[in-house]
Every structure is written in C-alpha cells, then in structure tokens.
Design a protein around this ligand. Structure first.
Ligand SMILES: NC(=O)c1ccc[n+]([C@@H]2O[C@H](COP(=O)([O-])OP(=O)(O)OC[C@H]3O[C@@H](n4cnc5c(N)ncnc54)[C@H](OP(=O)(O)O)[C@@H]3O)[C@@H](O)[C@H]2O)c1
Length: 250
C-alpha cells in the first residue's frame, strides 16, 4: 500500500458524507491524521466509525467565523500546523431564477463563498512550506446549468480565489488548487432540496451528456484531491482540475 500522507495533518470540511467522506477514508488509509468538520454530529459520528485509521471529528459551521476560529485554535494546540486542507463543505439552495429568495441567496453565498474564504483564512497561520490547499468548486462554475444560478456563481467565485491566493501567498510555499467535480453520485441533490423522486430523472438526463456515459463516484474525486494534495503535484498551483467524465469538454 502507498502511504503518501504518513503523519500528515489533513483537515477536511464537510468530511461526514459524500466526496468529503470518501476523501477522509483515502487520506486515513494512507497514514494521515485526519480531522473532519461538519454540522450534523450524528453523521460525523457514523463517518468516524466507518473510517479505518486516525480520524477525529469536530462539529462546526463554515459560515460562522467563531466555529472556524475554534477549529484553528484546536489544531494549533494539538498539532501546531496543517499539511493539507480540503475546503470541501458546500451546498446551496437550487431553483429557478424567479423563485430564488434573499434567504436562499444569502445561505448559498454564506456557505460556499464566505465559508470557503474564511476557512482558508482561519487556517492560514497553521500553513507553511509544503502545505496544500484544495478547494472544492464544481463544473457548475463554468456551465450555464438551469436552476443553479446562485450556486454556480459561488463556485465561480471560489475558483477565482484559487488563482488570487497563489499570488497572495507567493513565496510562502503553499499551493492552492481547485477540484471541479462533475455529476457525482452523492446525496447532495436531496440534501439541498431536490425532491427524491426527481433525482433519478435528472441523473438520467445529465448522464446522456457525459462522454464516459455515467456519473462519477466520490472515490474518483477523492483520488484527484489526493493527487493535488500530494508531493506528486509539487509544481502545480492555481489550477482547477476537472473530474467530470468529459462533460465540460463537449
Ligand atoms: N455531488 C456532486 O455532483 C458535486 C458536483 C460538484 C461539486 N460538488 C461539491 O462537492 C462538495 C461536497 O458535496 P457532496 O456531493 O459530497 O455532498 P454532501 O454529501 O451533501 O456533502 C456536503 C458536506 O458538507 C457539509 N456542509 C454543508 N454545509 C456546511 C456548513 N455550512 N458548514 C460545515 N459543513 C457543511 C455537510 O455536512 P452537514 O450538512 O452536516 O454540515 C457534508 O458533510 C460540495 O462543495 C459540493 O458543492 C459536488
């Protein structure tokens, strides 16, 4: 077995389900000390129990600066540093443009844009030469998908952060990249308000547009995150790596 992350301190926001959970499993399997953060404590407990390796969970909401400050203080006390940050937590209210409310807008922006921004800012004092930050964007950030207006705009915004931060952090040896998943088999749609009975139809329609002819798995995204986080990607910074079965290329 490869142990690319032996004793590395890896922080994964939204590590309790879906892509974050698959990524936490991969890092833990490869020897990392993994910390996951999300809001739902029951989901985090079951995630922790399902991961083989060194993993701990802290509950918190990335849209609340005090939760991020508490996370940073805990990590500083325990490790004094972090080696990998996967800023993965995200979601948002989906729906047609004329139905988006101010509350929907604020919630989506607070999670994806503000939350990602301040996650990275809060943990920056713990980063040093060799730290890798991976931001979870989405192909939605560069496609005109119906019902995704606010979500997509927040993802385009955080893709932009990966560019800007490479120069903000110039000379500090910290790499920042984005990962852009395509249509990945997780519960994200149901968890963000799409009725369960519509999900199969949406999956069917989207899959028709994907050259590889299927949805991706959370593990396939995790593999790409681990690559960006690893020393194999030591000269890669500022990019967005798309994991979408070719969807955005056709
Ligand atoms: N699945 C896809 O097709 C797809 C495609 C492109 C991009 N993505 C992105 O991939 C990331 C993970 O999505 P997923 O598909 O794995 O969906 P998911 O299963 O719904 O995972 C979302 C994770 O983020 C956490 N989270 C959400 N809001 C949070 C907040 N305010 N503070 C802390 N944690 C929060 C959730 O836990 P709690 O709710 O308990 O907090 C959960 O652990 C998201 O950023 C999503 O936008 C997914």
């Amino acid at each position: 077995m490869v142990n690319r992350f032996e004793n590395k301190v890896v922080v994964i926001t939204g590590g309790s389900t879906g892509i974050g959970l698959a990524t936490a499993r991969l890092f833990a399997r490869e020897g990392a000390k993994v910390l996951i953060m999300a809001r739902n404590e029951a989901a985090m407990r079951s995630a922790r129990e399902s991961i083989y390796g060194d993993v701990e969970a802290i509950s918190g909401d990335i849209s609340k600066l005090r939760d991020l400050e508490a996370l940073a203080a805990y990590l500083k006390r325990k490790y004094g540093r972090i080696d990998v940050l996967f800023a993965n937590a995200g979601g948002g209210v989906l729906g047609p443009m004329d139905a988006v409310t101010e509350a929907d807008f604020d919630k989506t922006v607070a999670t994806n844009f503000k939350g990602t921004y301040f996650t990275v800012q809060a943990l920056l004092p713990l980063m040093g030469v060799g730290t890798s930050v991976v931001i979870n964007t989405s192909v939605a950030g560069s496609k005109g998908l119906p019902n995704f207006s606010v979500y997509s705009a927040t993802k385009a915004a955080i893709r932009s952060l990966a560019r800007t931060w490479t120069t903000d952090l110039k000379g500090r040896g910290i790499r920042v990249n984005a990962i852009a998943p395509g249509h990945i088999d997780t519960d994200i749609m149901v968890r963000n308000g799409i009725p369960a009975d519509q999900v199969a139809g949406i999956n069917n329609e989207v899959t028709k547009q994907i050259p590889l002819g299927r949805m991706g798995s959370a593990e396939e995204v995790a593999n790409a995150v681990a690559f960006l986080a690893s020393d194999e990607a030591s000269y890669i910074t500022g990019i967005e790596l798309t994991v979408d079965g070719g969807w955005t290329q056709v």
